[in-house]
Design a protein around this ligand. Structure first.
Ligand code: CAA
Length: 240
């Protein structure tokens, strides 16, 4: 039986590339999405990957959704916490709603996704957690106090889970993508985006598949000694 992988936000952008790459590698994949039924249906029709709709910001919805995935496909061995949103604004204009929405999805969403299935992973003595953080969690970003806070927080989650899970065969690692050619980055004003590309030594945006290949490496059965690490995939834009 192939291992079951769950990818949150797995039907679009980087998440879609991760879902497809894992399926091609032989995993049984479930992808979650938050809102766009039509796009999710098209994704399932194109890839054969089952999609599930829930809000990762809600613990109850996440727990129920995860239980449904396990009832359909079997115990979840691999979690890729990828779902994320931006609500960019300079701090003096940032509203409490913009702060809270980003915290709920990008930070609490990781807790909500991993916590309900953590006991099962401990019992089965195997688990792979990959959290998609961001270059902007490492370096901060003008206009992203909320987003950078969550992505830095995600690194704290990973480094702590890595220590707690290690003796149960569970690893937790983070990937910090730089600027990748997705709708999220295309939503950045063109002038700002061009300036950012100018700061990337590789001279281009990354491709979603370049992040997906990092995930594939981290979730393999024989990657057990890679634990608590952060892979920076950013075209050389920022070194830690
Ligand atoms: N550095 C320094 N100053 C900046 C700046 C920057 N990066 N961006 C804007 N400013 C300045 C402006 O020049 C302006 O100054 P003046 O008033 O003196 O002219 C001032 O800040 C206010 O600018 P705006 O009026 O343009 O502010 P705004 O309310 O329109 O908001 C913004 C601007 C939302 C921050 C916009 O610049 C933006 O969207 N920036 C992109 C932020 C970003 O990189 N987001 C990443 C999204 S992709 C992602 O998150 C994926 C990932 O993980 C990498």
């Amino acid at each position: 039986m192939s291992r079951v992988a769950l990818v949150t936000g797995g039907s679009r952008g980087i998440g879609a590339a991760i879902s497809k790459t894992l399926k091609d590698a032989g995993y049984t994949v479930a992808a979650t999405y938050a809102g766009n039924d039509e796009k999710a249906a098209a994704f399932t029709a194109e890839t054969g990957i089952k999609t599930y709709k829930w809000n990762v910001g809600s613990y109850d919805e996440s727990a129920a959704g995860l239980a449904q995935v396990e009832a359909d496909l079997g115990p979840i061995d691999i979690v890729v916490a990828n779902a994320g949103i931006t609500r960019d604004a300079p701090f003096h204009k940032m509203t409490r709603e913009q702060w809270q929405e980003v915290i709920d999805t990008n930070l609490t969403g990781v807790f909500n996704t991993v916590h309900p299935i953590w006991p099962g992973m401990r019992e089965r003595k195997f688990g792979r957690i990959v959290v998609i953080s961001s270059i902007n969690g490492q370096k901060g970003q003008f206009g992203q106090v909320n987003y950078a806070a969550t992505k830095a927080g995600d690194l704290g989650i990973v480094k702590s889970l890595a220590q707690e899970g290690a003796r149960f065969g569970i690893t937790a690692n983070a990937i910090c993508p730089g600027y990748i050619a997705t709708e999220m980055v295309m939503a950045v004003p063109e002038k700002v985006r061009e300036a950012i590309i100018g700061q990337i030594p590789t001279g281009r945006l990354g491709e979603p598949e370049e992040i997906a290949r990092c995930v594939k490496f981290l979730v393999e059965d024989d990657a057990g000694f890679v634990n608590g690490s952060t892979i920076s995939a950013n075209g050389g834009q920022f070194f830690v």
